[in-house]
Design a protein around this ligand. Structure first.
Ligand SMILES: NC(=O)c1ccc[n+]([C@@H]2O[C@H](COP(=O)([O-])OP(=O)(O)OC[C@H]3O[C@@H](n4cnc5c(N)ncnc54)[C@H](OP(=O)(O)O)[C@@H]3O)[C@@H](O)[C@H]2O)c1
Length: 214
């Protein structure tokens, strides 16, 4: 089973870390502050470890990027670009700005002409970024019980990497919908805005997207 390196110590890193452990992967979670993961690690078992961003990027055969969007570029530097060579990087980040939402609509620091994932892919061309997990809350990332399979919109430039991510989505109870190349992150990242509107306006956070096709 492949080794997974998860960069981040927040709720997304912990939820996905537990999900990968559930399916027998070896998981290292990366942080600059190990105390943030002490509770998570207590219940995580022998296949779980905690390291620095660089240790984690080196360890993982597949990488998950789960840091604050505004820190993502800096995090790649801390991970070491050479540790990401030819690896699939699942990019769960969103480019959320510090400014407050407007009537429940989050503000982004990117434009609709250039997404965060394109910026990251351009910064580390030797890695294969796949946008995924950015448009649902962490509580539903692994085997959610909506009654039918929700859709995870994914995109990226490398077909093999997208296949690898689609298999993980399937394991985690999702149907992956491949929506194209890295540029498609311009449309997929704002799904986070859409997903958050019911939460920010009505405190409703228990939904996911589903693509209907003929
Ligand atoms: N929360 C959700 O349900 C959800 C759902 C979908 C997508 N997302 C996206 O997933 C990402 C992670 O979200 P989250 O809520 O789990 O955590 P978060 O609070 O957005 O981010 C926490 C992580 O960001 C890192 N970080 C913060 N500033 C940094 C800096 N200057 N340099 C390097 N790293 C820095 C922290 O590193 P240390 O560990 O070293 O402190 C920590 O690991 C975000 O981009 C978010 O938009 C979140």
């Amino acid at each position: 089973m492949k080794k997974i390196g998860i960069i981040g110590s927040g709720l997304v890193a912990q939820a996905l870390g537990s999900g990968f452990l559930k399916y027998g992967y070896q998981v290292m979670v990366g942080t600059s502050n190990k105390s943030k993961l002490a509770e998570w690690q207590k219940g995580a078992g022998a296949n779980a470890s905690v390291g620095s961003f660089a240790d984690t990027a080196k360890f993982g055969e597949i990488i998950v990027l789960a840091v604050k969007g505004s820190a993502a570029r800096e995090a790649l530097g801390m991970m070491g670009h050479s540790n990401l060579r030819n690896k699939t990087v699942i990019d769960a980040t969103n480019p959320i700005a510090d400014a407050p939402p407007s009537n429940g609509v989050l503000k982004f620091f990117t434009s609709l002409d250039f997404s965060l994932m394109e910026e990251l892919q351009q910064a580390v061309p030797e890695a294969n970024f796949v946008k995924a997990f950015n448009s649902v809350g962490n509580a539903f990332m692994v085997n959610p019980s909506f009654g039918s399979k929700p859709t995870m919109f994914i995109c990226g430039n490398n077909e093999k990497a997208k296949k690898e991510v689609s298999q993980i989505m399937d394991q985690f109870g999702w149907e992956a919908a491949d929506f194209g190349m890295a540029e498609s992150a311009r449309a997929i990242e704002p799904l986070c805005m859409l997903w958050c509107i019911p939460g920010l306006t009505r405190n409703e956070w228990t939904h996911a997207f589903k693509l209907l096709k003929l």
